[in-house]
Design a protein around this ligand. Structure first.
Ligand SMILES: NC(=O)c1ccc[n+]([C@@H]2O[C@H](COP(=O)([O-])OP(=O)(O)OC[C@H]3O[C@@H](n4cnc5c(N)ncnc54)[C@H](OP(=O)(O)O)[C@@H]3O)[C@@H](O)[C@H]2O)c1
Length: 237
């Protein structure tokens, strides 16, 4: 049975991915930042293999995550933090938080989990990016920059590890109805303003993101590496 760690899988897109991977026969490790009871609840609810916590803004915790999970076949780096603010208002604190969770921990976890994948001759790494890699949202400059930074890591690492059976890809969702943006989604006026810039005319659901990630992790995805799959109902267009 293949083992998969999905960061930030107690809610939203991560939970939809965890559920889909369980239903596809994977041993799934559910993860969130601090609340082990929440992680355990989700693990039990979706019948996953294991639950772990690790605050991805704390690098010593990040360095210990591999000890808690052991090697995995698939590493899905989904957790992120996002602060909505004008570029003039970005502080050292919000800069560090977004770069630590979104970029630094992503690199450290790939560094930690890759050697066992290389040894096995099989591995799948998927980072979850954002349509904001391609758009220019006035309040998401730094968040978008973290997602672009990860995309560049994906491309460079994918090229280096391709000879060893390991693929590295990014999946970039558009506006997805998750707890992160439920205040926008639940407000008629704000929801309609977002839907007006989505050619398909609706928010995506977390489940809309699972097909691409499952495919990338499967045998059918074995010749795809260093790429980005955008799941946005056409929003970037
Ligand atoms: N929703 C969208 O419209 C959208 C659009 C484009 C891209 N994305 C991307 O898709 C991914 C999932 O988004 P989402 O909307 O499903 O997120 P979400 O509802 O905000 O859930 C975030 C998950 O990440 C975990 N997390 C946050 N900070 C963490 C930390 N410091 N350490 C460890 N875990 C942490 C959370 O666990 P805790 O509860 O423990 O913090 C939670 O499980 C993110 O990378 C996001 O940038 C989302």
């Amino acid at each position: 049975m293949k083992k998969v760690l999905i960061t930030g899988s107690t809610q939203g897109i991560g939970k939809a991915l965890a559920t889909a991977f369980v239903n596809s026969g994977y041993e799934v490790i559910v993860h969130c930042s601090k609340d082990i009871e929440k992680a355990e609840r989700v693990r039990a609810e979706i019948n996953a293999y294991k639950a772990v916590v690790c605050d991805l803004s704390n690098m010593s915790e990040v360095e210990n995550l591999y000890q808690k999970t052991g090697a995995v076949d698939c590493l899905i780096l989904n957790a992120s933090v996002q602060y909505k603010e004008c570029w003039m208002d970005i502080t050292d604190d919000t800069f560090d938080k977004q770069f630590d969770v979104n970029v630094r921990s992503t690199l450290k976890l790939i560094q930690a989990y890759y050697p066992a994948m290389k040894e096995k001759g099989f591995g799948r790494i998927v980072t979850i990016g954002s349509v904001n890699q391609y758009r220019n949202h006035p309040e998401l400059s730094l968040y978008s920059a973290t997602k672009c930074a990860v995309m560049k890591l994906v491309q460079v690492i994918a090229k280096q590890v391709a000879p060893f059976g390991v693929t590295v890809n990014n999946v970039a969702p558009g506006a997805i109805a998750t707890p992160r943006n439920e205040s926008v989604y639940n407000d008629d006026e704000q929801r309609k303003a977002v839907e007006a810039v989505i050619p398909m005319g609706r928010f995506g659901m977390p489940e809309d993101c699972v097909g691409a990630v499952l495919m990338l992790c499967s045998e059918q995805g074995s010749y795809i590496t260093g790429t980005d799959i955008i799941i946005d109902g056409g929003m970037r267009l």
